[in-house]
Design a protein around this ligand. Sequence first.
Ligand SMILES: Cc1cc2nc3c(=O)[nH]c(=O)nc-3n(C[C@H](O)[C@H](O)[C@H](O)COP(=O)(O)O)c2cc1C
Length: 249
Amino acid sequence: MKNEVQETIESLRSTHGNFSDRRIPADTVQAIIESSTRAGTASAMQDYSIIVLDDPTVMRELTGYAGSHALVFCADGNRMRMAARACGLRVPGGADAATFLTWCADAFLAAQTACIAARSLGVDSFFTNGIFRKGSEKAFEALGLPDRDCFPLITLVLGYALDPSRRKTERYRGKGLVHHGTYRALSADETLAMIQDYDDPEKRLGMEVDFRAKGCGHYVEWLFGQWLAPSDRGKADPVRERLTESGFY
Ligand SMILES: Cc1cc2nc3c(=O)[nH]c(=O)nc-3n(C[C@H](O)[C@H](O)[C@H](O)COP(=O)(O)O)c2cc1C
């Protein structure tokens, strides 16, 4: 028997951009944001910023998707540092890897909390890293993001699903996911079992795709051979370049 919070979490599913035209009321958006900011935060600093978008054209331009609203979660160390500098402290810009990852953790926790809060309020959503595909430079410009110590990580697109009953993806809970005490890699047999789990349409573990019709014997074969196959390996990595420019190394 699951409690109400567990039921809400279990009911999460992505609406991949197919939202109705219905707008989310402003107080509901505000409630989602308030819940979002209750997420855990390193040293109570909330080193992230949330850019709220309500113009579907802008959302589509920046991420490739649109809904009623979108929340762009950015790792952002500027606010606290500005406060420290205003107190006369010499706080240098830039962030080492541990600091950057900590800011990212803060931002991602807030993002997932927003997603759960939204569902509890009857609002559908999905995450997209479309900003990386569309070019983060475009987002920096359109959203007026600070040049340093800020990076748009993930967007939560919000709205009301046109088809709320559509297929729900399940989650893999088999071997190799949870490790007790120390990490233990999958054996060959366990790997095979996992491959078969993803191949089984009844288990609904992967994305909805007819991988056999695409000439693949297994789902993971399609996943790595086609979906994730790099088309431009060896070429420039604009996200990495932008990270460096923003002071993250
Ligand atoms: C980091 C991240 C990026 C994602 N990017 C996209 C995206 O660009 N387009 C999309 O349709 N779904 C995107 N998704 C949604 C996933 O495809 C979805 O969560 C996954 O297929 C599982 O389905 P479910 O959320 O309905 O359970 C993203 C999810 C995450 C966490």
